[in-house]
Write a protein that binds this ligand. Structure first.
Ligand code: HEM
Length: 407
């Protein structure tokens, strides 16, 4: 079939449950130019090279073609995920100071017990039920509670920022089910509302000592200096959305995959020490971030024999690269014991996921507790209904029948 329409077919909601045959077709084409002038890349080695190539920008404003997904909200500059070095590096370093090594090396490990307690509480609350929705009852509330604690955002405001986060994501969805102008207006309004909300919270922390990240941002500037107020706002918005929209899909895709592979589920119940490796395999086999839609060539760049012209959008289909048979043995097989597994689940290069250590332990704890405690779980709908986005892909709901809850 025509390579020029592959992106339309990949992003078509009708194909959300199984986009993998289209990725196989994409890999056969190498690089596929789309009829809107963008270039799709789906092979492992090409994606890896592009993610480490300084001629490839993460800044959509560098494009020479019209771009519907640039959402510019007054007072909220582009966050560091959409910037290039050195600006990207400066802002990422300031944010990292209160999140990970070297300055906050034990932050994530220290959350282990807290995450286990949150998972335990959510599962305890399922006692007496024979039907559950794994998304609403567990996979969504767990990471949201964790990111709220980490940032210092009151959990009870969740319904407000859930709506904002959904509107921002809908603003960059390449398969709109509503008028694009209206979606953009809603996304800008949501970004501004979220920004106002988070910067007011941060202002209230000034001069008060507390161990959350918003407090650290305003009270503990490091050697790279402090964020300006607009930088703080856009970073906080980025972290809240990233913490909201991704780990939920890893947990839900994880349970769905385990239930489709009962022998894997049995193995993991017997040998929970294999869970870290199983989570890496899930990040390869059913990744929550399927593609990176925001790269742009800063100059003419040759990719697999095709010249991608300066200013052209590049769409890197990570989920396709992670199933490339030229890189992975038997790539369409889910193998929770796989060893050679340098997947693209968290990207690669300078923008590699900031939250990866947190997402990893959240998913490991969540899936360990679920496999251990849910008695005889069965899928009620396969495939389940999916969320709209082809970029952040995962079930909207995951209805299960269970025989009970183990202690
Ligand atoms: C399973 C869960 C997650 C997955 C699959 C995921 C995936 C990714 C991917 C693929 C990227 C690369 C983007 C690019 O190269 O353009 C990324 C970047 C990022 N992620 Fe995650 N992420 C997850 C969880 C989180 C969490 C929990 C946080 C926040 C605590 C987070 C914060 C970020 C940030 C701030 C960036 C931008 C990094 C940069 O531009 O330097 N992520 N993530």
């Amino acid at each position: 079939m025509a390579a020029e329409t592959l992106f339309r077919r990949i992003t078509d909601y009708a194909n959300r449950a199984d986009p993998y045959p289209f990725y196989a077709e994409l890999r056969e084409h190498g690089v596929a130019r789309q009829d809107n002038g963008s270039y799709l890349v789906g092979t492992y080695h090409e994606i890896a090279a592009l993610l480490h190539d300084p001629r490839i920008s993460s800044d959509r404003r560098k494009r020479t073609v019209p771009d519907d997904a640039i959402i510019e909200a007054p007072g909220i500059p582009v966050a560091f995920i959409g910037l290039d070095d050195p600006e990207h590096e400066r802002l990422r370093n300031i944010a990292m100071r209160s999140f990970g090594p070297p300055h906050s090396a034990s932050r994530i490990d220290a959350m282990h017990d807290e995450i286990t307690a949150i998972a335990t509480e959510l599962i305890d609350a399922l006692q007496g039920r024979d039907r559950i929705d794994l998304v609403d009852d567990f996979a969504y509330p767990l990471p949201v509670t964790v990111i709220c604690r980490l940032l210092g955002v009151p959990r009870q405001d969740e319904s407000r920022f859930r709506a904002w986060s959904e509107a921002v994501i809908a603003g960059v969805d390449p398969t709109p089910d509503s008028d694009p102008a209206e979606r953009r207006r809603a996304a800008v309004a949501a970004r501004m509302a979220m920004g106002r909300y988070l910067s007011e919270l941060a202002d209230n922390r000034r001069g008060k000592s507390s161990d959350d990240m918003l407090s650290a941002f305003v009270n503990d500037p490091g050697p790279d200096g402090a964020f300006t107020r607009p930088e703080l706002t856009s970073t906080a918005v980025l972290l809240l959305i990233a913490g909201h929209e991704t780990t939920v899909n890893l947990i839900a895709n994880g349970m769905l995959t385990f239930l489709r592979h009962p022998e894997a589920m049995k193995l993991l119940r017997r040998a929970p020490e294999l869970m870290p490796r199983a989570v890496e395999e899930l990040l390869r086999y059913e990744p929550p971030v399927q593609m990176l839609p925001q790269r742009t060539a800063l100059t003419d760049v040759e990719v697999a024999g095709v010249t991608v012209p300066k200013g052209a959008p590049l769409i890197l289909v990570l989920a396709s690269g992670s199933r490339d048979p030229r890189r992975f043995h038997d790539p369409d097989r889910f193998d929770p014991t796989r060893r050679d597994n340098q997947h693209f689940g968290f990207g690669s290069g300078v923008h590699i996921c900031f939250g990866a250590p947190l997402a990893r332990i959240e998913a490991q704890i969540a899936l360990t507790e679920l496999t251990r405690r849910l008695e005889d779980p069965r899928l009620l709908q396969d495939p389940p209904p999916y969320r709209r986005s082809p970029i952040l892909r995962g079930p909207r709901h995951l209805p299960l029948e269970i025989a009970g809850i183990r202690a």
